[in-house]
Design a protein around this ligand. Structure first.
Ligand code: ASP
Length: 318
């Protein structure tokens, strides 16, 4: 039996692709890469890959990470500008003993040297959204703001091998060079075939304060069920941040356990995630929290239609 789980509705088409591969007994890492690439290539998903929203200087800057839960190999790229599929580069880097996390020019050079596709990542649509944002806020009060959704995927393949990976353009209007949790192992993603995997989305600065993905896998390793690990780790981090700092940003996670069960937790409204398991159709769920527990149900057709409508609606310059 195999399971794949991913953050957000936007992963659906990629998860369908990965499901077909997992059915054919293709390696989980390869299936994960195919799923994430599908999101990276979609110009309407404005927080990942091609079509991602730019930093405050109008440059699209991408981060991605990958972990192989059987070798504990980790690869990541941070702040890259011209790589079409950062997840593929991150996965390739995860095979190295050293030099497996590369930033900016070093990552670009590695990608070029190893034949990874180069691409101009700024779409006209993203450029319009950027220019409009500049006009709305005035150039002096730029703040990273919502419009950020990282795709994070965890896969358990039929051999029992577990992987996790992420890809993101990070916060819209971030400072050049800023990275969040997504390419940081343990924060944005973590996989251990002996226990399970987790991946996060939300405000990277806060997710990193609790190394949230690692913490979830650690709790599973100590015997906690996956849903309880997600809820308790996220709630504990939120409580601590509010106690220590007076506030906490958006936090959402998905995870799977080595037995194929899955879980999710969130402190936002209507966090969507996508799950597929052998013998079943992929399902998009919408999650909400009540009394410190996350509840989820399959997204309605209306919800699914609204989601795509919102992402594909025409944009024009202000
Ligand atoms: N966690 C990402 C970051 O901070 C953004 C997101 O997941 O929405 O860069």
């Amino acid at each position: 039996m195999w399971t794949v789980i991913a953050t957000w509705r936007m992963a659906l088409e990629g998860i369908e692709k990965a499901s077909a591969m997992l059915d054919q007994n293709i390696d989980g890492g390869e299936a994960l890469e195919a799923a994430v690439k599908e999101v990276e290539d979609n110009p309407y998903y404005k927080s990942v890959g091609y079509g991602g929203l730019p930093n405050e200087q109008g440059v699209v800057e991408l981060d991605a990470g990958f972990m192989n839960g059987s070798t504990l190999g980790v690869g990541a790229v941070c702040g890259v500008h011209r790589i079409a599929n950062p997840i593929a580069v991150a996965r390739s880097l995860s095979e190295y003993e050293t030099n497996s996390i590369l930033v900016s020019e070093g990552a670009e050079a590695y990608a070029k040297e190893h034949g990874f596709q180069q691409k101009d990542l700024l779409t006209e649509r993203a450029e319009i959204l950027y220019e409009n944002r500049m006009k709305e806020t005035g150039k002096t009060v730029l703040k990273p703001y919502n419009g950020h959704d990282t795709v994070g995927v965890c896969v358990l393949d039929i051999k029992g091998h577990i992987d996790a990976g992420t890809s993101t353009s990070g916060l819209f209007m971030k400072k050049p060079g800023r990275i969040g949790d997504s390419p940081i192992v343990g924060s944005g993603f973590y996989a251990d075939s002996a226990a399970g995997a987790a991946t996060a989305t939300g405000l990277g600065e806060d997710l990193m304060r609790g190394c949230l993905s690692y913490e979830i896998v650690r709790r599973m390793k100590q015997g906690m069920a996956v849903q309880e690990a997600c809820d308790s780790a996220l709630n504990d981090l939120e409580t601590e941040l509010i106690q220590q700092r007076g506030h906490c940003g958006d936090l959402s996670v998905v995870a799977l356990a080595k037995d194929g069960s899955f879980g999710a937790a969130t402190n936002i409204k209507d966090f969507s995630f996508t799950v597929s398991q052998s013998g079943k159709q992929p399902i998009v769920y919408v999650a909400n929290r009540a009394d410190k527990h996350t509840f989820y149900e399959p997204a309605s057709q209306q919800w699914m239609d609204d989601y795509m409508h919102e992402r594909m609606k025409p944009v024009s310059r202000l």
